[in-house]
Design a binder for this molecule. Structure first.
Ligand SMILES: [Zn+2]
Length: 264
């Protein structure tokens, strides 16, 4: 229907560094769903969303299959979007959300579609991304990563998913995304410490306390070895590549300046 089409997004262009942040976040755990918000600009006339930033959210209540965005989180994200807008001089705003589906298919559940429909009541072009991770198709041993981009469309008294075309655009690593990725181990640390503080506060038994502390240490070490360390290695490699590009460009600049002097 032409009329309904006009209320939905036509396409979403996701910057490659944001794709990397979301995926890295999704891969941090295969036990629970993770989530975050997407930031960027929307071309309302063309109905195209350009996603250029992400905000990783700290979960206060870890549930394996439930993700929620509270009004406070929306407020924090809006403030963060305003900060980026000022920094890069572009009208950046919150335009969607992402979450992970560890060990299950990429398709949004009924709850996901309903949640999405409530966001669309506030912003008809709001969009949802889902990253399916650690999910093996029958007969395949490889860990497939799948991504889907969706909106909710009214169907009778309920809603169903409407798939939106997703294009991953090659983009330079924006500074705010670099900051975002660096924050990831910190957020995971904070979540783990909060979780243990809640569990530990009820017990006075020495053995239980020692046991809980040992578990906490193992979990924090896991974050360091599996997330923070590989991230540092990756960023160091990027730094080397960037430094070598700077040198090449400086040499090129000098060559061009010399040529220019000769011509003059
Ligand atoms: Zn879901």
């Amino acid at each position: 229907m032409v009329e309904t089409d006009q209320n939905y997004l036509k396409r979403v262009i996701l910057a490659s560094d944001v794709y990397m942040i979301c995926l890295q976040h999704a891969l941090t755990t295969e036990k629970e769903e993770i989530m975050g918000l997407l930031l960027g600009e929307v071309d309302e006339k063309e109905r195209i969303s350009h996603i250029s930033g992400a905000m990783i959210l700290l979960r206060s209540d870890k549930q394996p299959d439930r993700v929620e965005i509270s009004p406070e989180l929306i407020y924090t994200a809006t403030t963060y979007a305003e900060e980026i807008s000022q920094r890069i001089n572009k009208p950046i705003r919150v335009l969607g959300w992402y979450h992970s589906h560890p060990h299950i298919t990429v398709w949004p559940s009924h709850v996901d579609v309903r949640t999405q429909s409530t966001y669309q009541m506030l912003d008809s072009l709001f969009v949802g991304l889902i990253f399916s991770v650690y999910h093996n198709d029958a007969g395949s041993s490889a860990n497939h990563v799948q991504v889907t981009c969706f909106q909710a469309i009214k169907s009778g008294i309920d809603y169903e998913r409407r798939e939106i075309e997703l294009v991953v655009g090659i983009s330079p690593f924006e500074f705010h995304n670099l900051e975002g990725i660096v924050k990831l181990p910190k957020i995971l640390f904070e979540e783990e410490i909060n979780r243990h503080a809640e569990v530990g506060s009820g017990s006075r038994d020495e053995l239980t306390l020692i046991h809980n502390n040992a578990i906490k240490t193992v979990e924090l070490l896991h974050i360091v070895s599996q997330i923070a360390k590989p991230l540092c290695t990756d960023l160091e490699k990027r730094l080397l590549i960037t430094k070598s590009r700077i040198k090449k460009l400086q040499r090129l600049k000098k060559k061009l300046q010399d040529k220019n002097l000769k011509v003059v």
